[in-house]
Design a binder for this molecule. Structure first.
Ligand SMILES: Nc1ncnc2c1ncn2[C@@H]1O[C@H](COP(=O)(O)OP(=O)(O)OP(=O)(O)O)[C@@H](O)[C@H]1O
Ligand SMILES: O=C(O)[C@H](O)COP(=O)(O)O
Length: 395
């Protein structure tokens, strides 16, 4: 197990904390959602209370993307959320940034600028090479310790994630610690274990299904969303050209791969029994035996929800990833709402995926045992993969 904040003597120390506060924006200066900032409050509060000089290291968006921008609004919001004072620096490792780090008072926080403003950060590195990038080589000498709390970015081997532990004593923050504990111990969670795979990332979900079925982690895999449609097509259901096109656009290999899984694990895979389409502005549910439909299948129907709720009722643990339909549209939020409500009735419910988590909050669905902050990172753990940024942390 990696070393945690419990072992860090933080008083007076300059502690670089890598967080994942990559957030949706309404415009360059305004956060649309602060959930990812809130997730790190425990770690940051603990460091400030221990009189650390906390240096916040993070990214926002991807170069060239719509959400690529400064961390100034994040610093302002953190200042509101935390009792401790939060400053912002418009550089990441310049002489000015380093001098600000040196001058930081115990108990204070300094948010450095978006690491991805520097091109090295958006490349993947071996940890030893990452240690020699400009960011790490310049910043590490003014820091005493490194804390990684950015679970949601831990599947990337970028300098701010894998480079610092080569030069500094390293620790897992509280978010990282909880995510590793919960997602790392799914194999020991109460059985039977049911995986609910929905949403649009068809290829990823098929990988997850294969992995958890092969490794005996899943007693049942329940499919919905575009993922469910891919399995229906693989099972020979004529959904209709519109639905088939959406599946094939997402992943041309999906139907073939879903078919292979059905051949091998059909008895543990569950497919929708009905789907919902929009006809003349209304929601219409159609049994799979009565398909094809001209309109695309946008949700699972009531028969499916009822069958799936029965499966979930007997589950010891439910692991959910991705919505059951186009929940953003009121006509098609039914499946997601009902399925996730059924999961909430089980003792142990784990939601993997940051975007799914935001969707659930917007539907007022709360109370899961654990909602992961990570999308890609959570999937990597659920498929038994390793996280490069965790591998390099000190034990
Ligand atoms: N039947 C469907 N047809 C078209 N779109 C669908 C259907 N079912 C779900 N979706 C869409 O899938 C999208 C979400 O899928 P995705 O797999 O990306 O989940 P996510 O919540 O972003 O996952 P993560 O949290 O892992 O990042 C939603 O925007 C939803 O509208
Ligand atoms: O939002 C995420 O999944 C993480 O912040 C990682 O971002 P990335 O996919 O752009 O590396």
């Amino acid at each position: 197990m990696v070393r945690t904040l419990d072992s860090l003597d933080a008083a007076g120390a300059a502690v670089g904390v890598r967080v994942d506060i990559n957030s949706p924006l309404t415009d360059a200066a305004t956060l649309a959602d602060d959930a990812r900032l809130r997730a790190h409050i425990e770690t940051l509060t603990e460091l400030a209370a221990a009189d650390a000089r906390t240096v916040v290291i993070a990214h926002q968006g991807r170069p060239g993307g719509d959400e690529f921008g400064t961390l100034e609004p994040h610093a302002e919001r953190l200042d509101e959320l935390l009792d401790a004072p939060v400053e912002y620096c418009d550089a990441t490792f310049s002489a000015d940034a380093r001098s600000r780090v040196r001058g930081l008072a115990p108990g204070g926080l300094l948010v450095l600028e978006n690491t991805r403003f520097y091109s090295e950060e958006y490349m993947q590195w071996e940890p030893s090479e990452a240690a020699d990038t400009h960011l790490v080589a310049k910043l590490a000498p003014v820091l005493d310790a490194y804390v990684n709390d950015a679970f949601a970015a831990a599947h990337r081997s970028q300098p701010s994630l894998v480079g610092f532990p080569q030069r500094l004593p390293s620790y897992a923050g509280r978010v990282m610690e909880t995510e590793l504990e919960v997602l790392g111990s799914i194999g020991g969670s109460p059985e039977p274990r049911v995986y609910v795979l929905g949403g649009a990332k068809v290829a990823d979900s098929i990988d997850v299904a294969r992995s958890v079925l092969e490794r005996g982690l899943a007693d049942a895999v329940v499919t919905a969303g575009i993922v469910g449609n891919a399995f229906l097509l693989a099972d020979g259901v004529t959904l209709g050209a519109a639905s088939a096109e959406i599946v094939n656009d997402r992943s041309p290999e999906a139907v073939k791969q879903a078919g292979e899984l059905l051949d091998e694990f059909g008895h543990r895979l569950y497919l929708p029994r009905d789907v919902a389409v929009e006809r003349d502005g209304e929601r219409v549910e159609i049994d799979t035996e009565s398909l094809p439909a001209a309109e695309p299948a946008m949700d699972i129907g009531a028969r499916t929800v009822s069958a799936y709720a029965d499966i979930l009722e007997d589950a010891g643990t439910v692991i959910l990833n991705g919505p059951a339909g186009v929940f953003e549209n009121d006509l098609f939020s039914f499946g997601t709402r009902e399925l996730y409500e059924a999961a909430l009735r089980t003792d142990h419910s784990i939601v993997g995926g940051g975007d799914t988590a935001a969707a659930l909050r917007s539907l007022g669905l709360e109370g899961f045992t654990h909602v992961s902050t990570g999308g890609g990172a959570a999937l990597r753990m659920l498929t038994g993969g390793t996280l490069p940024a965790v591998e390099v942390l000190d034990d």
